[in-house]
Design a protein around this ligand. Structure first.
Ligand code: ADP
Ligand code: MG
Length: 218
C-alpha cells in the first residue's frame, strides 16, 4: 500500500530534515508509528497523503506516485483513497457535526453523496457516541467529541488507507477502547490499511507491527 525509498524532505524554514531510506506497508497491514515529539511523524503522514511534497526519493501510495500528480488530481486521490485523522482534527468550526462528517463528499467528484451515505454517517456517529450531536457546531464540542467527529469523517468514505495521527490522544479510557474497537473493525471489514501514530504504548499489541521513527534516522 505504501512504498517509500530514499525520501528526503525539509520545510522551507527551520532546520528539520526528514530522511527515510526505506519504508513499506503491505496491503491490509496495521502499523503503529512511535517516536519522540518533533521527530517528523506528522510530516511523514502529510507526505504520504500528498499534502507535502518530497524533495527527493520515490514514494508510491496505492500504486500511485502521489507527488507526480497535478495539484487537483492529488487532492482527489487523497480524498478518494485516504482517510486522514489529523492530530488537530481540522474540523470546520462553522459547520455542524454532520456537515463536517460529509464534507469530503462535497469537495470532490471522486465521492458520491446520496441518501445511503447520509444514513451511514448517522449510524457511524451513533456508534461513536456523538449521534445526538449531529446538528451541533463543531466549535461547541469537547476535544474528545471533536476527535470522534474527525474519525467519523475519515472512515465514512471507506478509504483503502487510513492515516491516524494520535487519534486517541484526547479520549478517556472507556471511549478510547470503544473507538479503537470501531476503528479496527472498520479497517478489517473493508480490508483497509492502517498507519497510526500513537503515544499510547498499551495500544501497540493491537497492531501487526510497530515502527519506531528513530530507526529511520540514517
Ligand atoms: P511529530 O509529529 O513527530 O511531533 P512533526 O512532523 O510535527 O513531528 O514536526 C517535525 C519537525 O518539523 C519539528 O521540528 C517541527 O517543529 C518542524 N515543523 C513542522 N511543521 C513545520 C513547518 N510548517 N515549517 C517548519 N518546520 C516545521
Ligand atoms: Mg505530530
Amino acid at each position: 500500500m505504501i512504498s517509500i525509498s530514499d525520501l528526503k524532505f525539509h520545510y522551507p524554514s527551520g532546520e528539520f530534515q526528514l530522511s527515510i531510506p526505506q519504508f513499506t506497508v503491505a496491503n491490509s497491514e496495521k502499523v503503529a508509528v512511535i517516536g519522540p515529539s518533533g521527530s517528523g511523524k506528522t510530516t511523514l503522514l502529510n507526505l504520504i497523503s500528498g499534502i507535502l511534497l518530497p524533495e527527493r526519493g520515490t514514494m508510491r501510495v496505492a500504486e500511485i506516485e502521489v507527488h507526480t500528480l497535478r495539484d487537483d488530481d492529488r487532492r482527489d486521490f487523497r480524498i478518494g483513497t485516504i482517510g486522514f485523522v489529523f492530530q488537530d482534527f481540522e474540523l470546520l468550526d462553522y459547520l455542524n457535526v454532520l456537515d463536517n462528517i460529509l464534507h469530503p463528499y462535497r469537495i470532490t467528484n471522486a465521492l458520491l453523496l446520496d441518501g445511503t451515505v447520509r444514513d451511514r454517517a448517522a449510524q457511524l456517529a451513533a456508534k461513536m457516541g456523538i449521534g445526538d450531536k449531529l446538528k451541533r457546531k463543531a466549535n461547541d464540542l469537547s476535544q474528545g467529541e471533536k476527535q470522534r467527529a474527525a474519525i467519523c469523517r475519515a472512515l465514512l468514505p471507506r478509504p483503502r488507507l487510513i492515516l491516524a495521527d494520535e487519534a486517541t490522544g484526547n479520549l478517556d479510557p472507556v471511549n478510547k477502547s470503544n473507538i479503537l474497537d470501531l476503528l479496527f473493525r472498520s479497517v478489517e471489514s473493508h480490508d483497509a490499511t492502517l498507519l497510526a501514530v500513537t503515544h499510547d504504548h498499551e495500544l501497540l499489541p493491537r497492531f501487526d507491527r510497530v515502527v519506531n521513527f528513530q530507526d529511520f534516522r540514517s
